[in-house]
Design a binder for this molecule. Structure first.
Ligand code: COA
Length: 191
């Protein structure tokens, strides 16, 4: 059975209008995690512009939230034309929440979203020294195949089924309710 997420956190999709939460999360990454996330050193300005571009490009972002703050993210971004069936995948988890199973849950949710969008091939830029990411990919080796230096995933059974679509809808409706609670809590804190 899956262990509970640390600190009462929850995983849900990032909704329209929440890009700032994603930006703040990426800006909080420590130097090593930022380098691993982007495949090299990048500036704060780069990150600010990156989020606008990414959210505008139909990315599906699943976030790990603790008390309304985004502490981890998995970004699935379609590549090429509308129906190329290819997407890029990237993960970022803030240091105190690494190695607590958050990446595993985010990858599970993202693979379901990829499947429901007919994505057959996933690309992930992964530095050769990123043992944890390679280990994480290995956990899903039934659904992903990978190479050192870069992970190229083939989504097994890429066809959506009524059940896989329903699983995503159920996860989203739960995520939407908790997102509303987060908003309410933030409003109460500021009044
Ligand atoms: C890489 C990353 C996404 C992994 O997520 P995570 O939440 O830390 O990983 P999990 O806790 O789900 O662990 C996944 C597997 O990695 C392995 N692992 C965990 N901690 C590890 C460590 N310190 N060293 C090596 N392997 C480790 C475990 O085998 C684990 O599998 P298990 O649960 O069966 O034991 C996360 O650490 C991260 O965001 N790092 C910075 C950015 C980055 O590297 N992004 C990836 C490139 S896009």
């Amino acid at each position: 059975m899956r262990e509970p997420l640390p600190d009462g956190g929850l995983v849900r999709k990032l909704w329209i209008g929440e890009a700032e939460l994603y930006r703040e999360h990426l800006l909080r990454l420590d130097t090593d995690s930022r380098r691993s996330r982007f495949g090299g050193a990048v500036s704060e300005d780069f990150i600010r512009n990156y989020v606008d571009l990414s959210v505008g490009l139909d990315a599906v972002v699943h976030g790990f939230f603790v008390e309304g703050l985004m502490r981890g993210a998995a970004e699935l971004r379609p590549l090429g034309t509308d129906h190329s069936g290819e997407a890029e995948l990237a993960f970022s988890i803030e240091k105190p929440w690494q190695s607590h199973g958050v990446g595993s849950l985010l990858l599970e949710r993202t693979l379901l979203a990829a499947r429901n969008r007919g994505i057959k091939s996933l690309h992930m830029a992964c530095l050769a020294d990123n043992r944890r990411m390679q280990q994480l990919a290995r956990k899903f080796d039934a659904e992903l195949s990978f190479d050192f230096g870069s992970v190229v995933g083939a989504v097994e059974s890429p066809r959506p089924t009524p059940l896989s679509v329903m699983r995503e809808i159920v996860a989203d409706s739960h995520g939407f309710a908790t997102a509303m609670l987060d908003v309410q809590q933030r409003m109460f804190k500021t009044t």
